[in-house]
Design a protein. Structure first.
Length: 385
């Protein structure tokens, strides 16, 4: 059930428009805003104790604090942060497999330091920790870039633009001492040698240049290029460009849909779209069926792995990093089962006991019975009319 919280608007035209159906007052800010969200959360869980709340489209400055406040208190998750992070982690895992790498061998340059960008990076770090790295080691594998360059050591090489304008607490965590503050992205590629480019800047397209992408071929056999910003006009580069600039060696996953690309040698490469729908329906299904008390980082990692493991050998051979969309219900079932298994192992279920699902098939059968089937039985017999 979609719910919109109307906190007012700062759009002058709407404030003056008599036909505007929303609250014609300026937007709530500060404590008033968070008090309203708090009132909603208390009310909805009081009325429906088993509900799952999925936060969507909250602005950056509010999304992270809201998630931090409620994720251990209520059955909820933020799709823009956790869903995007989870599906991107799935794309990274699948891309690593295509490139012959393990997750613990990878390094990243992320274009974009907003809540979505940092949320995705944090999700990948959690995955790397699950895969065996320490959190400190995983964080060192990331260089995050703002509009003025890398967040790095303030040594004056590039004027320290990020340090001078002040770093928020969440951005300070991502300062990487391996590069100078303000280092241009092309120089980050040359100096830091990331195996994966993450595009999460949501700026006008073209941030990933031919010079940047082609430079990756000098140190890695299969550059992983993930232009995640959408719509298409904001994509950091197109799959066709990534394939062309790397001689067809790139592994590409995108945030927007793109057509297959036919290479000069006759190969047809299919870039996959990292769409949140690969994971969040399964996560929600798991939370609902099992009464999961909270959605934890290990559950999100399990969801990402289940998504990747859903791929067929034919899909992998075609260059895809995600299953075909016509198999989305099967993927959702696999994700839900993986999340529930983690919840059961950690005693985080209220509707399901391990004895009820004592085998993987028993769990799968139970979840499948609970899935909504959008097929409707005719109300009249058409043969009689």
């Amino acid at each position: 059930m979609p719910v919109m919280l109307d906190v007012g608007t700062n759009n002058e035209e709407l404030l003056k428009d008599e036909a505007y159906v929303g609250i014609a007052k300026r937007r709530l800010e500060g404590e008033e805003y968070f008090d309203m969200v708090d009132e909603f959360m208390q009310a909805v869980f009081d009325r429906w104790p088993n509900v799952v709340v999925q936060f969507e489209d909250f602005e950056s400055s509010k999304a992270m604090p809201i998630l931090a406040k409620y994720r251990h208190q209520y059955r909820c998750f933020n799709d823009d942060i956790q869903g995007t992070g989870c599906v991107t982690l799935a794309g990274v895992l699948a891309s690593a497999r295509q490139a012959g790498l393990s997750l613990t061998e990878m390094s990243f340059m992320c274009a974009g330091a907003g809540s979505a960008g940092l949320g995705v990076c944090a999700q990948i770090v959690d995955g790397m920790v699950e895969a065996g790295l320490s959190r400190e080691e995983a964080m060192e594998r990331f260089v995050v870039c703002t509009s003025v360059g890398a967040i790095g050591r303030a040594d004056g090489t590039h004027g320290d633009p990020n340090a001078k304008r002040g770093l928020s607490e969440e951005r300070t965590l991502w300062r990487n001492e391996a590069v100078a503050d303000g280092t241009p992205m092309v120089d980050v590629v040359r100096q830091f040698k990331p195996t994966c480019l993450l595009g999460l800047a949501a700026q006008p397209g073209g941030l990933f240049t031919e010079e940047m992408v082609s430079a990756m071929v000098e140190y890695t056999d299969s550059p992983i290029v993930m232009p995640m910003s959408n719509p298409t006009a904001k994509a950091e580069c197109t799959p066709a460009q990534a394939y062309e600039w790397t001689g067809g060696k790139a592994v590409v996953a995108t945030g927007s849909p793109f057509e297959p690309v036919t290479m000069p040698d006759g190969r047809t490469l299919i870039p996959s779209q990292c769409n949140n729908m690969y994971v969040f329906p399964g996560i929600g299904l798991a939370a609902s069926v099992a009464g999961v008390t909270e959605i934890t980082d290990p559950m999100l990692y399990a969801a990402a792995v289940a998504c990747v493991d859903s791929m067929t050998s034919e899909e992998i051979a075609s260059g895809r990093t995600f299953p075909a969309l016509d198999r989305i219900r099967e993927v959702s079932l696999n994700v839900a089962c993986a999340v529930i298994r983690i919840a059961l192992d950690n005693e985080l279920t209220t509707k399901l006991h391990p004895k009820e699902v004592d085998s993987p098939q028993a769990l799968r059968d139970l979840v499948q019975k609970k899935m909504y089937d959008p097929t409707y039985v005719p109300l009249v017999d058409p043969s009689k009319h």
